[in-house]
Ligand binder design. Structure first.
Ligand code: FCB
Length: 473
């Protein structure tokens, strides 16, 4: 086996990826986007929580860098066809994007057929160009009415989300069979319900636990619904090589101990990884959500609650996930710190980093894929990976290095045997609205010239990505 891996690795090193590469015909080569970050507020964006947040100015200060808003974003609403044509020229066979709940369901139980007609045209165009859509149902934004009814703290929230998801799947199900329920649910919970840094701005451990619990329930209900409508495993698992079904896109950074010889740092890194990367996914799969927090810290306690079995009957509507979506960008070092509330401190490792400060650590992609596979035994998809690099001077190197480590995961390496990785989505196809950071960071393979009428100009790295894909086919 080792000998085989060696041959494979040397072939890859010489740029001759062998034909065994992850079933080259069905491998998903894509880029990722999201509705709010690209579309603009056209046809109902003002019903959304982020719209409200971007337009709120406490003491005259906008919560978004530079006072930016996503009112026009990159006008993907009107330019989607042009954007998909660019993606096709790059050799992409799939695109991941989301649909905007606030536009689709502007008030409770009222759905906009006009907005749905728009999305149908959009995904039809995608398919005409030979691009398979992967649709995210929830990428951070909500209708404002949802928060007025208690948001994810309300026990009715999973049903409300299910009703919206049902409408989407009923109307787009003939165009899409690759679904993501939630993008980065734990990041969303931490920022929106623990730290209050994004809408709905709730703070506190109890609200974070409750939101995570209701979101886990919502995921399981929606997974069951999609399986009922579109067929469950093994078809969904794609044993014919074509991936289908339901996953989540999880923020999965690498957490390493600051000092690997300090036991407290080692324990702290394991704990942080468990809480932020794995506990939620484990809970969804096991039907019981459990967050273990260190004992004896005042005001801090754990969480342990069973997820109702009736949300996800085991057959024919299970499993809870058909594959795991891995959003991988960076690595953090975790240091034990007596002073901080949770006794841990996040440290950015020295060395190369993106314009936004995220450390570049390509080997982490193989490590996180291996850990995800070992924990869940499911097919994997890299649902996001990319770099803030306005000059485009490091993006191609970043991309090539990460793909090299993905190859090692797929083909086997000294870290372990071959893994079932089904796709790679680069974040992002083009520059867009980077949440709290506005437009200042550029993640696009394609530059958007904001000063020149939002002109799209592919960067050199886009051509480099095309060549990388071509070389693996
Ligand atoms: C991820 C988000 C995505 C984008 C990238 C840079 O956390 O899912 O929307 O902002 O980071």
């Amino acid at each position: 086996m080792r000998y085989f891996n060696l041959i494979v690795l040397s072939l890859v090193a010489f740029g001759m990826a062998p034909k065994s590469f992850a079933n080259p015909k069905t491998f998903l080569w894509g880029a990722a986007l999201s509705a709010h970050q690209t579309e603009g507020a056209f046809e109902g964006g003002e019903n959304g929580d982020w719209w409200e947040y971007e337009h709120s100015h406490e003491n005259g200060v906008s919560p978004i860098a530079g006072g930016d808003t996503a009112d026009f974003a990159v006008d993907h609403w009107h330019r989607y066809s042009e954007d998909y044509e660019i993606a096709q020229k790059l050799g992409l066979n799939t695109l991941r994007t989301s649909v905007a709940w606030e536009k689709i369901e502007p008030s409770p139980h009222v759905f906009s057929s006009q907005v749905m007609a728009h999305y149908r045209a959009q995904f039809q165009r995608m398919r005409e160009l030979g691009i398979r859509p992967m649709i995210t149902l929830h990428h951070f934004t909500h209708p404002r009415w949802f928060h007025q009814r208690g948001g994810w703290l309300s026990p009715e929230s999973p049903e409300l989300f299910l009703e919206y998801a049902q409408y989407v799947v009923k109307n787009l199900g003939d165009l899409c069979d690759l679904w993501i329920t939630f993008n980065e649910p734990m990041l969303f919970v931490i920022m929106g319900y623990l730290k209050g840094e994004i809408p709905p701005g709730e703070t506190g451990l109890d609200s974070a636990y409750e939101a995570a619990y209701q979101i886990a329930r919502a995921h399981r209900k929606v997974a069951a619904m999609i399986h009922e409508v579109q067929g469950a495993s093994p078809k969904a698992k794609g044993e014919d090589g074509v991936l289908r079904g339901v996953g989540l896109a999880n923020a999965l950074p690498i957490y390493d101990p600051y000092n690997p010889r300090n036991l407290r740092d080692v324990e702290a890194a394991v704990k942080v990884a468990d809480l932020s990367n794995w506990a939620f996914l484990k809970g969804i799969q096991a039907g019981r959500l459990k967050f273990d927090l260190p004992e004896g810290i005042p005001g801090v306690h754990g969480f342990d609650r069973v997820l109702p079995a009736e949300d996800l009957p085991p057959w024919p509507t299970g499993p809870a996930m058909d594959w795991i979506g891995v959003n991988y960008y960076t690595r953090y070092l975790i240091r034990y710190n007596e002073q901080s509330l949770l006794k841990v401190e996040w440290v950015t490792p020295p060395g190369p980093h993106g314009d936004n400060g995220w450390a570049i650590y390509p080997a982490g992609l193989e490590r996180i894929l291996r850990e995800s596979a070992a924990r869940f035994g499911l097919p994997l998809v890299v649902t996001e990976n990319g770099l803030a690099d306005a000059q485009d001077s490091r993006r191609l190197g970043f991309l090539k290095e990460h793909l090299r480590f993905m190859d090692s995961a797929i083909l086997g390496s000294n870290l372990g045997g071959p893994l079932d990785v089904r796709g790679y989505y680069h974040w992002s196809l083009m520059d867009n609205f980077e949440w709290l950071h506005g437009y200042q960071y550029r993640f696009g393979l394609v530059e958007v010239q904001y000063e020149k009428g939002l002109r799209r100009v592919p960067r050199p790295s886009a051509e480099g990505y095309r060549a990388e894909i071509h070389g693996r086919k």
